[in-house]
Design a binder for this molecule. Structure first.
Ligand code: ATP
Ligand code: MG
Length: 239
């Protein structure tokens, strides 16, 4: 469960990226975060993960306050950033070991988690190569693997499907469903409305730093007799 209460963030004293936002992101469901380019999705995600600080408001992740107890929150979170081009000089396995060290994953657990994730994402043969030599999708997969190694309860994924081939995207969606069904939190941003429609139990639509809608896809479509795409375009055009 993630709770945002009246959260704001302004960049450079003028761009209000997140404007007095309140949102409850329930656990036990897959929660999608939709909105046009520049709407404030990545900024909101960076605020939840403690990468940047809000100007005002409170953020709780499974009851822990991000500002008061950032370490407790970070231990609980598996975060996939929107840019997978990180630690390019490391080999895949070195990056995963580094992430396992940071999150204090013991050697037995780490070996098991790495081989399971590598199997699911078909990355076993690439772990000995440098990330620099990886394709975009492979970089995305190694970042996802690194984020999930410590078996975090709360998954926060910023456009995680970008660049994934159909098999890997399917695998990730399956993992998201399994994780949510176990009662955990899965929150991810996407531009692909078909993915949102198929995968999400609930969505929030953001425009200009405001929540325009939060609820089930079913309810979003109920408020007008149209496709999700049409609803989205109508909702966001004036924001
Ligand atoms: N580091 C920054 N410095 C200044 N302005 C920023 C910074 N990061 C984001 N912004 C601005 O904040 C607003 C929200 O950006 P954000 O990256 O949160 O949008 P987004 O919804 O993730 O967009 P996209 O769909 O393109 O990823 C935009 O107006 C953007 O220009
Ligand atoms: Mg973004």
């Amino acid at each position: 469960m993630i709770e945002l209460k009246s959260v704001s963030k302004t960049y450079g004293g003028r761009i209000k990226a997140v404007d007095n936002m309140s949102l409850d992101i329930d656990s036990g469901c897959i929660y999608g975060f939709l909105g046009p380019n520049g709407a404030g999705k990545t900024t909101t995600i960076k605020l939840i993960t403690g990468i940047i600080k809000p100007d005002g408001g409170t953020i709780l992740v499974d009851g822990d306050d991000v500002q008061k107890d950032p370490l407790a929150v970070k231990k609980n979170i598996g975060f996939v950033p929107d840019d997978p081009n990180i630690f390019l000089r490391l080999k895949g396995i070195e990056y995963l070991s580094f992430m396992a060290d940071i999150y204090d994953v013991g050697s037995g657990d780490r070996e098991q988690a790495i081989s399971e994730l590598a199997r699911r994402f078909e990355m076993s043969n690439a772990l000995g190569d440098r990330i620099q030599s990886y394709s975009h999708g492979m970089r995305q997969k190694i970042v996802i693997m690194g984020a999930l190694l410590h078996k975090p309860k709360v998954w926060i994924l910023d456009e995680p499907m970008t660049g994934l081939d159909p098999k890997s995207a399917f695998e990730l969606k399956t993992m998201m469903r399994e994780h949510a069904d176990e009662g955990n939190t899965v929150f991810f941003s996407t531009h692909v409305l078909e993915v949102a429609e198929k995968v999400c139990d609930k969505v929030a639509v953001v425009g200009s730093g405001h929540i325009l809608f939060a609820g089930s896809i079913h309810d979003m479509k109920k408020s007008g007799d149209a496709s999700l795409e049409k609803m989205f375009l109508e909702m966001t055009q004036n924001a």
